[in-house]
Design a protein around this ligand. Structure first.
Ligand SMILES: C[S@@+](CC[C@H](N)C(=O)[O-])C[C@H]1O[C@@H](n2cnc3c(N)ncnc32)[C@H](O)[C@@H]1O
Ligand SMILES: [Zn+2]
Length: 452
């Protein structure tokens, strides 16, 4: 948190600007502080302002409680309030052998009472892990912690662990190339762990990047591990956004708008905080016309109306992806064909008054997914030796993953042999001509340094 970020913010409820009433010694770097407006006090925890009302922590800690921790110098308590996951149900902590016994009458009670004894140990372990902070840790350590110890769903874990060559990721990267030398800062709304935020600095140049999400722990991981070059704000897109009008030249958002309950407010707010001559890129929206319809989303044309009267294009993700695999940016002269959009599960929107931006884009100078440290796509598992190399097989982590992201098989081969020289070059971070085909197929992808 610094004075620049403070200048971007306003209260979503009274529109007031903030003054920082309590910070640590360095005036330009408030890691822990309290922001005051006309109506509220909001905490800044680990450098991230939390502009949300009500319950923030898993144990019911409110905005007020977290502010009180900071005002009384209990910064560690404030951090734990924001990062500790909810305690698991005691039955889940029963030993593995007890979990495996058949589900007979009374078994649930036995598991609960045996598991209850493990709760203090679970709390001690979780507090120790989180209080130690991100030093020496990777994003994978946090993802595993949340998957193994705090009820993160397996499908979510799979999604975040295998994001780097996913069709939706490539579409978002393709649309991100539309960002060219913005005159003002750039917002990544719903930035999550920062899987895409980490690609923004290359597009944005010297302008500041602000990542916003309602989930504090994701921002904490983005800030400390995956995308440390951005600033972060914890806020809820169901309310008015906590930024002043027209602060950003670009608002980028991927895989988020369809999840927000108040889509009308959120889309209007995105337009309010983006300069009238700016660019809005909303990548990865689930189309309510297509099964499975359990996404609480809407038909693609309804999202289009949310951005009226701003000139915009609605692009079927397959259209963007088909160009991407040919190393080509998106075609923006017109929206995708109605027939394609009617049956397309994922689509994206690009909106801007600057119609000169809405043109068909040419080839990428380099593959956007090759940015970062080049590594084997984690979907490839070694299955044996092959000549002077290793044979890898493409493996989906689950049936759901295959159903949702199976389009990756359009460009990722079922199996591939990789020479020991390429494996050596990868580990010494040496990009060679021999890797280019594998990069084009997303067998080799760029991964942020502290991902794993
Ligand atoms: C599927 S993730 C996408 C993360 C990231 N943009 C990416 O593409 O990797 C969706 C993110 O949206 C955030 N989100 C959902 N609803 C939100 C809301 N109402 N306000 C702010 N963030 C929200 C979630 O916390 C989550 O981090
Ligand atoms: Zn206020």
């Amino acid at each position: 948190m610094n004075t620049f970020l403070l200048s971007a913010l306003r209260c979503p409820f009274c529109s007031g600007k903030f003054t920082a009433t309590k910070g640590d010694e360095q005036l330009d770097n408030w890691e822990y502080a309290v922001l005051r407006c006309y109506c509220m006090r909001y905490p800044v925890v680990a450098g991230i302002p939390i502009i949300r009302k009500g319950v923030l922590g898993a144990k019911g800690e409110s905005t007020r409680t977290v502010c009180q921790f900071i005002e009384s110098g209990k910064n560690q308590e404030a951090l734990l309030a924001m990062t500790m996951p909810p305690e698991p149900a005691s039955a889940e902590l029963a030993p593995a052998w007890l979990q495996q016994l058949p589900q007979v009458k009374g078994m649930g009670r036995i598991r609960s009472s045996v598991g209850r004894v493990a709760i203090p140990q679970w709390i001690e372990y979780a507090q120790k892990f989180l209080a130690a902070g991100p030093q020496g840790k990777t994003a994978k350590d946090y993802l595993e912690f949340h998957f193994l110890h705090s009820g993160m769903k397996k499908e979510q874990y799979n999604y975040y662990m295998n994001r780097f060559g996913q069709p939706r990721h490539l579409v978002a990267l393709s649309l991100m190339t539309l960002i060219e030398s913005p005159r003002k800062p750039v917002l990544d709304f719903g930035c999550g762990f920062g899987h895409l935020t980490c690609h923004l600095p290359r597009r944005v140049g010297h302008q500041p990047i602000i990542g916003a999400d309602r989930d504090f722990i994701r921002l904490y991981i983005a800030k400390n591990l995956l995308a440390p070059d951005a600033l972060y704000v914890c806020c809820d897109g169901d309310d008015s956004l906590p930024f002043i009008d027209a602060f950003f030249s670009v608002t980028f958002s991927s895989d988020t708008l369809y999840m927000v309950n108040n889509k009308a407010v959120c889309s209007k707010e995105i337009q309010r905080v983006t300069d009238s001559t700016g660019l809005i890129v909303v990548a990865g929206i689930r189309n309510g016309l297509v099964e499975p319809q359990n996404y609480r989303t809407m038909p693609y044309h309804t999202y289009g109306e949310l951005f009226d009267p701003l000139p915009h294009r609605i692009l079927a993700n397959t259209d963007v992806l088909n160009r991407y695999v040919n190393k080509c940016g998106p075609a923006l002269t017109r929206s995708s064909e109605k027939q394609t959009l009617d049956s397309e599960p994922w689509f994206s929107i690009v909106a801007t008054k600057r119609e000169e931006l809405l043109i068909d884009r040419g080839p990428f100078a380099d593959w956007p997914h090759a940015e970062g440290q080049l590594e084997l796509n984690p979907l490839y598992k070694p299955v044996g030796d092959h000549g002077n190399g290793t044979l890898y097989r493409h493996t989906f982590p689950s049936i759901w993953y295959e159903q949702e992201d199976g389009d990756c098989r359009k460009y990722e081969p079922g199996s591939v042999s990789i020479s020991s020289q390429i494996l050596k070059d990868l580990s010494s971070r040496n990009r060679t001509a021999d890797m280019e085909d594998l990069i084009a197929q997303c067998v080799i992808v760029g991964i942020p340094d502290r991902f794993h």
